[in-house]
Ligand binder design. Structure first.
Ligand SMILES: Cc1ncc(COP(=O)(O)O)c(C=O)c1O
Length: 427
C-alpha cells in the first residue's frame, strides 16, 4: 500500500497523538530510513533517542536478540529470576555515577521508570510527600510522571489538576531565563537565582524542605527544547538536596546511553544523583525497556509494593547489556563527530545553538523579547523533510538535531548541509 493511502486509513483507525509529517516508515539501515514509496531519509532523530545504534539496530545487538529470543523472551522477571536481567542490573549499577550500593527495577518505558522513582522516594520517608520538578520538563504521560511534566499545557489539556504535591520551579535556561540574566556569560548568576528561588521562596513560604521527598530533573531538557543548564548547576542543586535530606532523581530517559558523549548526561555536570531513570536507547532500538537505578537503602519496603508483568524480559535485558557495551566503545567518536555538529550549526542563521556530544538544539525566535518563531521552525522541519532529512521539533520553537551515535563525519556533513541550505533560505 502506498504512503498516501496508509496515512489516510491510519487517521481513521489510530488515536490522535503527535504525528505531523506524512511519513510511512518501511525499513531502516544504519542512519538511513526508507518509506513505503521507496524514498530515502537521513535520520537526525534517532527515533526520538531510541535508535542510538542506528536502524534497525547494531548487527551484534540483533544477533544477541535473536539468540535470546530462541531461548526465552518473557521471563516473569519480577516473579522469578533470569541471568540476562541480573547481568544488566550489575552493569547498570557499575556504570551509573555513585560509588555506593544500588539496586535496579526494570520496566518497559520511560514513564514507568519515572513512576517507579516517585514511589521509591515517597515511601522511603512517609513525612516527605512533596516533589520538586522543573518548568519546561518532560517526564512522561502516565499520571505521576505527567504531574511532573511541564513543557507544554497541551500535555495536560482538559485533565484538570494532576498529582497534588508537585511544585514546579524555573529551570536554569541560559537562553530564556525569567530573571533576564542574559546569555551564557553569567551562568553562575542564573544557577544562584534558581537556587535562591527554591531555598528562599519555596522552602520558606510554601513547603518545609523536610516534607520534600525528591527533586526530579532532566540533565538537559529534551522535549522542552534541548536546554543545557549552566555547568555548576547540578553540583549546587545536589548540595541543597543533601543539606535537606532530599533525594535527587535524574531522568536520563532521553539524554542517557551515550547521547551527550558520556554514558549518562549527568556525568558532564559532576554530580551524583540518588535515583537514575532510563529507557529509550537502552533497548538498542529493538526492545522496549525501562530501568530505575537507585541507592540500595531506598528499596521498596514491602514485597508487592511495586512490580509489573513485562519488566526483566530476557531479550530486552540481553539487548541492554550488548547495547551498553557498544555505546561505551562509541563514546570517543560521539565527541569527535559532535564537534562537526557544533561547528556547522554555529554557522547557520539560527538564534541559539546548544548541546554537547550528539545532543544538539537550535532555536528560532523573533524580536528583542525572543518570542518563539514556531512558524519558521516548522517550515525548516518540512523543508528538510522534502529534501530527505528527518529532524524533530522540541519546545515551542526549537529543533533537536540528534543523529544515531554511529553516524560518520561524511553523513553528518551531508545532513548538516541540507539543514543549512533550508535554514538560510528561510532567514
Ligand atoms: C526525559 C524523558 N523522560 C521520560 C520520558 C517518557 O518516556 P516514554 O515515552 O518511554 O514513556 C521521555 C520521553 O520522551 C523523556 O524524554
Amino acid at each position: 500500500m502506498e504512503s498516501r493511502k496508509i496515512v489516510e486509513e491510519s487517521e481513521q483507525f489510530l488515536a490522535t497523538t503527535t504525528r505531523d509529517l506524512p511519513l510511512v516508515l518501511d525499513r531502516g539501515e544504519g542512519v538511513w530510513l526508507y518509506d513505503v514509496d521507496g524514498n530515502k531519509y537521513l535520520d537526525f532523530t534517532s527515533g526520538i533517542g531510541v535508535n542510538n545504534l542506528g536502524w534497525p539496530s547494531h548487527p551484534e545487538v540483533i544477533r544477541v536478540a535473536e539468540a535470546q529470543m530462541n531461548k526465552l523472551a518473557h521471563a516473569m522477571g519480577n516473579d522469578f529470576y533470569n541471568l540476562p536481567q541480573l547481568e544488566l542490573a550489575k552493569r547498570l549499577v557499575q556504570l551509573t555515577p555513585g560509588d555506593f550500593p544500588k539496586k535496579v527495577f526494570f520496566s518497559n518505558s520511560g514513564t514507568e521508570a519515572v513512576e517507579a522513582s516517585l514511589k521509591l522516594v515517597r515511601q522511603y520517608d512517609p513525612k516527605r510527600k512533596y516533589l520538586i520538578a522543573f518548568l519546561g520538563s518532560f517526564h512522561g504521560r502516565t499520571y505521576g510522571s505527567l504531574s511532573l511534566t511541564a513543557s507544554k499545557p497541551v500535555q495536560k489539556y482538559l485533565l484538570g489538576p494532576t498529582l497534588p504535591g508537585v511544585i514546579h520551579v524555573p529551570y536554569p535556561n541560559p537562553f530564556r531565563n525569567p530573571w533576564h540574566i542574559d546569555g551564557y556569560e553569567d551562568p553562575e548568576g542564573l544557577t544562584e537565582a534558581v537556587l535562591e528561588y527554591l531555598e528562599s521562596w519555596i522552602f520558606s513560604s510554601l513547603v518545609d524542605p523536610e516534607e520534600v521527598a525528591g527533586i526530579v530533573f532532566e540533565p538537559i531538557q529534551g522535549e522542552g527544547g534541548y536546554v543545557v543548564p549552566p555547568k555548576g548547576f547540578f553540583r549546587k542543586l545536589e548540595r541543597v538536596a543533601r543539606d535537606n535530606g532530599i533525594a535527587l532523581i535524574d531522568d536520563e530517559v532521553q539524554m542517557g546511553m551515550g547521547r551527550t558523549g558520556k554514558m549518562f548526561a549527568i556525568e558532564n555536570f559532576d554530580s551524583t544523583p540518588d535515583v537514575i531513570t532510563m529507557a529509550k536507547a537502552l533497548g538498542g532500538g529493538l526492545y522496549p525497556i525501562g530501568a530505575t537505578v537507585f541507592r540500595k537503602e531506598l528499596d521498596f519496603k514491602k514485597k508487592g509494593m511495586h512490580s509489573n508483568t513485562f519488566g526483566g524480559n530476557a531479550v530486552a535485558c540481553a539487548v541492554g547489556v550488548k547495547t551498553l557495551e557498544i555505546v561505551k566503545e562509541l563514546l570517543p567518536k560521539v565527541n569527535e563527530v559532535g564537534k562537526v555538529f557544533r561547528d556547522e550549526l554555529s554557522l547557520m542563521k539560527v538564534d541559539d545553538v546548544r548541546g554537547m556530544g550528539l545532543a544538539w538544539g537550535i532555536e528560532f525566535v523573533k524580536g528583542e523579547k525572543k518570542d518563539p518563531d514556531t512558524k519558521t521552525r516548522d517550515k525548516v522541519i518540512e523543508g528538510v523533510f522534502k529534501k530527505g532529512l528527518l529532524v524533530l521539533p522540541a519546545g515551542k520553537s526549537s529543533i533537536r538535531v540528534i543523529p544515531p551515535l554511529i553516524i560518520s563525519e561524511e553523513e553528518a556533513k551531508l545532513g548538516l548541509s541540507v539543514l543549512r541550505e533550508v535554514v538560510n533560505s528561510l532567514r
